[in-house]
Design a protein around this ligand. Structure first.
Ligand code: ATP
Length: 235
């Protein structure tokens, strides 16, 4: 479903991503792992059209989307939950979710998708009329994920969903991601610094170091890899 090949991108004259290549299949959860500043968010931005790659290819469902506009990529079905959630804090939960319906198709299906989101995250139904900024961090992350689901993704990108959240809330969010992938065939690209949790959720993973793919493998193999254990798991 997604094939990234030799992707190079950066900011102005500074190159950050160096020949990044990876694949993601239908219904698969792939983790992109790496420490602070490794280039994970830049990679997400390059896939979603927010940073223009200098070279390389991004094929999504058979179509070259590298260098297409963010809007085109969104319409194609790649929806991200951005790092830091980026909610409209003064607006209610429901209004934030309405913002997720960005085109004719998602607007037409808004009500049924809203009900599905309320099933995934029952708390959001209770809090529908509350200003999003007054929710707990975990609840805000749920709004961010639900808003992305309202956008009917074929590929859902979660950028650092664990950031600043209690471990049990992170588990809840990642369990929803897992169930989504298994039950609805949505593919998930999980960008995470919490390598233990990411590998417990994902099918496969890629470790990014200094803007390059340093390691790749099944979640099981990566979690027992000596370099991963030493550099990231402290064991
Ligand atoms: P984190 O986990 O801390 O979010 P990351 O792996 O997502 O890190 P990026 O945010 O992609 O890393 O940053 C990679 C490099 O790109 C860093 O050196 C960062 O300073 C630089 N960078 C990020 N955003 C910009 C920007 N808008 N302009 C210039 N440089 C940037």
């Amino acid at each position: 479903m997604l094939k990234v090949e030799k992707l190079n991108a950066g900011y102005g004259p500074v190159n950050i991503l160096w020949d990044i290549s990876f694949t993601l299949n239908d219904g698969e959860i792939v983790a992109i792992l790496g420490s602070n500043g490794a280039g994970k968010t830049t990679m997400v931005r390059a896939i979603t059209g927010m940073v223009k790659p200098t070279s390389g290819s991004v094929i999504f469902n058979g179509e070259e989307i590298c260098k297409k506009s963010s809007r085109f990529i969104l319409d194609a079905g790649i929806v991200q939950v951005p790092e830091g959630r980026q909610l409209f804090t003064e607006m209610t939960v429901l209004e934030n979710l309405q913002m997720g319906a960005f085109n004719k198709e998602t607007k037409e299906h808004f009500n049924e998708n809203l009900e599905k989101c309320y099933k995934w995250f029952p708390k959001l139904k209770e809090r529908a009329k509350q200003a999003a900024g007054t929710l707990s961090g975990g609840e805000q992350q749920m709004v961010a994920v639900a808003r992305a689901l309202i956008g009917m993704p074929k590929l859902l990108i979660l950028d650092e969903p664990s950031l600043g959240l209690a471990p049990n809330i992170v588990d809840d969010i990642l369990n929803v991601a897992k169930t989504l992938a298994r039950e609805t065939n949505i593919s998930v690209l999980l960008v995470e610094q919490d390598i233990t949790k990411a590998l417990a959720t994902a099918d496969r993973g890629y470790v990014i170091e200094n803007g390059r793919v340093a390691l790749e493998g099944s979640a099981k193999d990566l979690s027992t890899n000596e370099h991963v254990k030493k550099a990231y798991l402290g064991i």
